[in-house]
Design a protein around this ligand. Structure first.
Ligand code: SF4
Length: 232
């Protein structure tokens, strides 16, 4: 695994867990509001984290940590994601995978082998705006659709989440996403932060007012079981 970042202890990244957070380098998308500019564009310039440091640390912290978060970048871009998850399993930690959903084969194996306990999928936009919000023209959404279907058919806990970027997404878009995700157990609307964005122009964009995000959440309530506003 190309690990390029490590937060040893976090109370924020895995609901109800004290988790270590591992960041992988590289991503298949180029979302303009992405905050991980270096990790996405120049992962080779970010200091590597040797897996051989991570595993002994996790073994020593048994009982103090109860979770691991794999995030990025895009963890499923890594060809050895599944072997890495297999190596984590014996440690007895709950595993959360953050993904953009474009690698359903790895997700399918991870689900089939019981290698993950929680999956968070970023939903960038309604289908018609996906190429814009993912920074990839002519993006094929079929892999993402397959990941969504795999999660719906699985028994594990999962969430869908959208960063609500003013000027790129409005309430109509958010409701269109909720309709697309109809029946999902949990949908999180995340506040946009104009910091270190892949598209520097977005650093001039003011976030939505909390009340506007709450109104969007209420508008989604007819389509998904639970909606939460984060970071506002
Ligand atoms: S926000 Fe987009 S570009 Fe950034 S890591 Fe996530 S999927 Fe990749």
């Amino acid at each position: 695994m190309d690990l390029r970042g490590w937060v040893r202890t976090s109370l924020l990244d895995y609901p109800e867990h004290i988790a270590t957070v591992l960041f992988t380098g590289g991503c298949n998308l180029r979302c303009p509001p992405c905050h991980n500019r270096d990790l996405v564009l120049h992962p080779q310039d970010v200091p590597a984290v040797p897996a051989d440091e991570v595993f002994p640390y996790l073994a020593r912290r048994a009982g103090l940590l109860d979770g691991v978060v794999l995030t990025g970048g895009e963890p499923a871009l890594q060809p050895d994601l599944v072997p890495f998850l297999r190596r984590l399993r014996p440690l007895g930690l709950a595993v959360k995978l953050d993904t953009n959903g474009f690698f359903p084969d790895a997700l399918e194996t991870a689900l089939a082998e019981g290698l993950v306990d929680y999956v968070a999928v970023d939903i960038k936009a309604p289908p018609d705006k996906y190429p814009l919000l993912a920074g990839r023209p002519a993006l094929d959404l079929a892999p993402l659709e397959r990941s969504l279907a795999l999660l719906r058919a699985s028994a594990i806990a999962y969430e869908f989440r959208t960063t609500v970027v003013p000027g790129l997404l409005d309430e109509e878009d958010i409701v269109a996403i909720a309709r697309w995700l109809a029946g999902a157990p949990f949908y999180a609307l995340q506040q946009f932060r104009p910091l270190n964005t892949l598209d520097p122009a977005l650093e001039e964009t003011a976030p939505y007012a909390p009340e506007a995000l709450q109104a969007m959440a209420r508008a989604c309530a007819a389509w998904v079981e639970r909606v939460e506003v984060r970071g506002a």
